[in-house]
Ligand binder design. Sequence first.
Ligand code: HEM
Ligand code: HEM
Length: 242
Amino acid sequence: MTTASEKLADVTGVDEGAVARGQSIKSIYVYEAPVRLWHWINALSIIVLCVTGYFIGRPLPTMPGEASDHFLMGYIRFVHFSAGYILAIGLLGRIYWAIAGNHHARELFSVPIFQRAYWQEVVGMLRWYAFISTRPGRYVGHNPLARFAMFFVFLFTCVFMIFTGFALYGEGAQAGSWQERLFGWVIPLFGQSQDVHSWHRMGMWMMIVFVILHVYAAIREDIMGRQSVVSTMISGYRTFKD
Ligand code: HEM
Ligand code: HEM
């Protein structure tokens, strides 16, 4: 005698038993579209800024032929400044979304440094990354260590690069330009123009260190952690493996 579910399986091709035994995947909507869009635009502009910035600091060997036939450094600088504007306007938009968006959108701008439990979780994540503990925590938003790195390394460096970058830009745009009026004070603060160039360049290496660790951690967590990571920054949904 065939059961009702077997009859259903015959008609629809769905094995009801397998559906009942299957694990349900829980997913939570974490990163809203503006956060995701900003993340990828920001990542792209930082890559462009690092490559073009590197060549501004270490220009290619002299081009052959008439100088007036070439505008290579001009193009490199133009791309650098355009990406710089995108980075700065993007950060302003991201700050707006921290106010307008959900509470995960605010995580980038605050760290609960006065909570004891937070530091315990940071130590827990450090032990997990160092292969000392075998089971990581489960987090809906950023994990506590990621939050620390994003605030103290990414956000700090990003603001630093915008202030020093626009101060240097103000020199080219000349006295009286809005860049010079808003950011000109940064140059005497560091000494003189060349000091700001050197600090701006040091900032690039700080950002590169962040990106290397960040991409490593994102991919490692995706494979070894207890929740989805990379796809969460694409779809917005966090799914849990257990
Ligand atoms: C992550 C962000 C950024 C990185 C990694 C970066 C990287 C660099 C590097 C490595 C240099 C060469 C420094 C030197 O050795 O003289 C440079 C120069 C410069 N950057 Fe950036 N930068 C960033 C953001 C910005 C922003 C937001 C602006 C603002 C528009 C900007 C404007 C400039 C200017 C005006 C120069 C000097 C150009 C010249 O002297 O020809 N940068 N940048
Ligand atoms: C220049 C390169 C990059 C920079 C500067 C960067 C920066 C950031 C920042 C600031 C956040 C926090 C987002 C927020 O709260 O608003 C973040 C999150 C994230 N990024 Fe990146 N990112 C870069 C590249 C990448 C790449 C290539 C991947 C993928 C492999 C990636 C995967 C992620 C993921 C999965 C999150 C969310 C982490 C979590 O859920 O806790 N990022 N990134």
